[in-house]
Design a protein around this ligand. Structure first.
Ligand code: CAA
Length: 283
């Protein structure tokens, strides 16, 4: 099946990045959110990030204008009914994702592929509550989406081969590279990355190092582009906690227990960059 029109649900940091790269690759994109402010903010971020690419001569002014032209926004989820592929990139909460699918499914064409950008939730379980488990997949982008080369493609137990191949085709057209992961908690990237971030938070919690020294150690000592605490703020501490909880619950191993300091920060509303405060102060 040809994919021309793509619906993106959720205009947060992942959703706006996904809309950005799809539009640049020539797809017609319809970006949906429940908040008009979020849609307006997303459009501004996309423009800013396209400008960045123009100024570094990665794309032309014409490419930027054409990409912006291809992105429509809507507050009405059911407007996504005529798209060929839907990528859900809403909050990392299973109940939220399920509610979106329930509202959307009666309006979707039967052949539309439904995917989730979830970073850790079971694809098989999400799929089982839809009318199309064979046309359901995990389509997991990395942040910042316009920069990161990888997309994780996760097959649920029922996902069929044409659906997988269609999604692989989209990843190719985006100029990105797919890593195929089996459907186990947090897949590949977050199964490895999140315990490292969680361990960095334990290192802080136990007083082994300061925020600055932990990040410096991993940047200069292990050549990571960002320190783990800086990266946690960048990803969002609520997302980090949600992923650790999925690993802890799903694999039932105490090595995945979320650090109490991470829980405390999230309880305080210190969610990292998006709330202006996390391990660093962005105010
Ligand atoms: N849109 C477009 N371009 C962007 C961008 C954006 N949002 N953010 C950065 N860039 C571009 C810059 O323009 C720059 O381009 P050039 O190479 O052409 O100069 C390039 O990216 C590097 O940016 P900067 O020079 O501004 O800054 P930097 O060198 O410090 O790199 C970074 C920034 C790319 C974010 C880098 O720090 C990095 O790779 N950090 C790690 C990111 C990471 O690990 N992401 C994965 C998170 S895990 C995840 O996403 C999965 C999950 O489910 C939680």
């Amino acid at each position: 099946m040809g994919i021309d029109r793509v619906g993106v649900v959720g205009a947060g940091q992942m959703g706006n990045g996904i809309a950005h790269v799809l539009a640049l690759a020539g797809y017609e994109v319809l970006l949906n959110d429940i908040s008009d402010d979020a849609l307006k903010a997303a459009t501004k971020v996309i423009e800013k990030n396209l400008d960045r690419q123009v100024s570094r001569e990665k794309i032309s002014e014409g490419d930027k204008a054409a990409a912006l032209e291809r992105i429509g926004t809507t507050l009405t989820l059911t407007d996504l009914g005529q798209t060929d592929l839907v990528i859900e990139a809403a909050t990392e909460r299973e109940t939220v994702k399920q509610a979106i699918f329930e509202d959307l499914l009666p309006h979707l064409k039967p052949e539309t592929i439904l995917t989730s950008n979830t970073s850790s939730i079971s694809i098989t379980r999400l799929a089982s509550r839809t009318d199309r488990p064979e046309k359901f997949m995990g389509f997991h982008f990395m942040n910042p989406v316009p920069v990161m080369q990888l997309v994780e493609l996760i097959r649920g137990i029922a996902t069929d081969q044409p659906t997988f191949e269609a999604c692989l085709g989209v990843v190719d057209r985006l100029g990105k590279t797919a890593a195929t992961a089996e459907d186990f908690p947090a897949f590949i990237v977050n199964r490895i990355l999140m315990p490292m971030i969680n361990e960095a938070i334990y290192t802080l919690y136990e007083g082994v190092g300061s925020v600055k020294s932990i990040d410096m150690a991993m940047k200069l000592g292990a050549n990571h582009p960002m320190g783990p605490l800086e990266l946690a703020d960048f990803i969002g501490l609520d997302t980090c906690l949600a992923i650790m909880n999925v690993l802890h619950d799903g694999l039932a191993d105490t090595k995945y227990r979320p650090c109490p300091l991470l829980t405390k920060y999230v309880e305080a509303g210190w969610l990292g960059r998006k709330s202006q405060r996390g391990f660093y102060d962005y105010r």
